[in-house]
Design a protein around this ligand. Structure first.
Ligand SMILES: [Zn+2]
Length: 401
């Protein structure tokens, strides 16, 4: 039954396995009339469209078969990427194209009530800008700089998000959406995920679709890692995987970390730590993005500290890479320039076995500051149009027969 469902046909169309009625019959073994019936459900929902295929599809000179495709414009996704002092929000179509974007100062330590309310106001303005209302939105995706239990959508013991521990973010986001966005209903799906996971997800899909083990390390205010295995985010059993910023280094016992422990990697090698070290060296710097600004102008202390930080991170990554054997290690975030990368390479290749790094590419981000938004959009679309979810949404929206 499931094999034959409309949601399953949609998946075959979306991933390119079968894009004509004939191919769908062959791949599924369904009859012509059953395929037609299932496709009608998808057409009525507005999820797919049929376009004239290329003449090359009809080599005998007959009528080219009609090609089925996912209609990426039938709805939009609202996404936001929260950093500690700054946030981005955007309206994306279902193919990930950015229709409108807004970014600005938003302090995460103001707490979830204030922050999510402001985000909903941003969403309202963005929708207005593209001439849409809340009815057009199929889901909301939020990227946060902390560990997330994706089942509940709650952040769990986030060291740099004071006041957010176990806060019911999806509920609060839904209420804010209904309050601020015209046509915005209280039932909107809201998905929350860790920022490094989403960045890894987006970068792997875009730039390295054939890489079966992909590792991204984000070094901004904090340090986190995202792992994508066989195209799926690897979260561990409850979303704590990849929080490498709080691995203890044995030789920095007096460095106090935001998590309350001493000697964490983030306490000595994060953007926040470097901002403090730069300030102490006489270059007043407020945050990871301040360090980024100093690096951009080649400030010598910033360059030296970034390389040393890269070495510390590279030492930890030697273990991570030995465990995962990734094909790509991507360094992203505020510190991800040449000095930091040099430091990472120095320690990584020195400490990891040659066998683990023989085919490893160490690279920087392609999507840059938009990786988190792109990942959040892809997460929402993949979740809402997965076969089972698609079927239940079709059933819920279908008129009674
Ligand atoms: Zn820590």
């Amino acid at each position: 039954m499931n094999q034959a469902s409309a949601g399953h046909l949609l998946q075959l169309i979306r991933n390119g396995t079968a894009t004509t009625r004939g191919e769908l019959q062959r791949v599924t073994g369904l009859s012509r009339s059953t395929v037609a019936h299932r496709l009608d459900q998808l057409f009525r929902a507005g999820w797919i469209r049929e376009t004239a295929g290329d003449p090359v599809d009809a080599p005998t000179g007959g009528r080219p078969s009609l090609r089925l495709e996912f209609d990426a414009s039938h709805a939009v996704v609202l996404v936001a990427d929260l950093e500690t002092r700054h946030a981005r929000a955007a309206v994306l179509d279902l193919g990930g194209a950015m229709l409108a974007e807004h970014s600005g100062s938003l302090m995460i330590n103001q707490g979830p009530d204030e922050v999510l309310d402001r985000l909903a106001q941003w969403f309202a303005l963005l929708l207005e800008k593209v001439g849409l209302t809340g009815d057009a939105v199929c889901g909301i995706g939020l990227s946060v700089p902390g560990p997330v239990d994706v089942v509940s959508g709650q952040v769990v013991q986030p060291p740099i998000m004071p006041g957010w521990d176990r806060y019911p973010m999806p509920d609060r986001m839904r209420r804010a959406f209904a309050a601020h966005v015209s046509g915005g209903g209280p039932e909107i799906p809201v998905l929350v995920e860790n920022d490094a996971n989403l960045m890894a997800y987006a970068e792997q899909r875009l730039g390295y679709p054939d890489c079966s083990a992909f590792l991204l390390v984000k070094v901004s205010t904090g340090i986190g890692a995202g792992v994508v295995v066989d195209g799926e985010m690897y979260r561990g059993i409850d979303g704590a995987a990849g929080d490498i910023g709080h691995i203890r280094l044995s030789d920095h016992p007096h460095a106090l970390c935001r998590c309350g422990s001493y000697g964490c990697l983030a306490a000595v090698a994060s953007g926040r730590a470097l901002a403090e070290q730069l300030t102490a060296a006489g270059v007043p710097t407020a945050s990871g993005s301040g360090v980024r600004d100093q690096l951009a102008i080649g400030q010598p202390d910033a360059v030296r500290l970034a390389r040393e930080a890269g070495q510390l991170v590279g030492g930890v990554l030697a273990t991570v890479v030995t465990l995962l054997n990734p094909g790509v290690l991507m360094i992203a975030g505020d510190l991800s320039g040449p000095p930091f990368l040099t430091g990472v390479r120095e320690l990584l290749y020195q400490r990891a076995m040659p066998r683990t790094t023989a085919y490893l590419q160490v690279v920087t981000s392609r999507l840059g500051d938009r990786a988190g938004l792109a990942g959040a959009g892809a997460m929402v679309v993949e979740s809402l149009y997965a076969p089972d979810r698609a079927d239940s949404r079709l059933a819920a929206g279908a008129p009674r027969e």
